[in-house]
Write a protein that binds this ligand. Structure first.
Ligand SMILES: [Zn+2]
Length: 147
């Protein structure tokens, strides 16, 4: 049954390696075991702060953050609905993530940008497509935090 071992289990797939779906959807970074620096890029082989190779271990990141900056996008690729809001979200771990904001009114944010800066947001994960095997492809966005 080599085929079964080579093929991953059927089921949802994260759109990016930093998105983990189990045990519940979260973003994953790596932490340097030498200096403690955190990075969002899970494929990194050495710490870019202290240069130590091979000491980076995965760490789960908070699903809550704050909007640092945002931009309302009015033109995009064909098939992408506009306007939408793209943002850089600061996580409490000191890492910034670029993502889209959902459950917000782009026009309202453009009129009152001060409402968006520092706004508490939380991670949401939704299916956006299916891969060739029919597995759902999951993407992440942030929405205004409920608490
Ligand atoms: Zn380091």
């Amino acid at each position: 049954m080599a085929d079964e071992q080579a093929q991953a289990e059927p089921g949802p797939r994260p759109i990016l390696p930093i998105l983990k779906l189990q045990p519940k959807p979260h973003l994953e970074g790596v932490k340097c075991g030498s200096c403690g620096a955190l990075f969002l890029d899970v494929k990194r082989v050495a710490c870019s702060k202290c240069g130590t190779p091979g000491k980076l271990t995965p760490v789960p990141l908070s699903d809550k953050g704050k909007v640092w900056v945002f931009s309302v996008v009015h033109q995009s690729f064909p098939g992408i609905k506009t306007p939408y809001v793209t943002a850089i979200v600061d996580l409490p771990e000191g890492i910034s993530v670029k993502s889209n904001l959902v459950d917000v009114d782009p026009e309202e944010l453009q009129k009152n940008p001060q409402k968006a800066f520092g706004m508490p947001v939380e991670l949401v994960v939704n299916p956006v497509a299916k891969d060739r095997q029919g597995n759902e492809v999951m993407a992440f966005q942030f929405r205004p935090s409920k608490n």
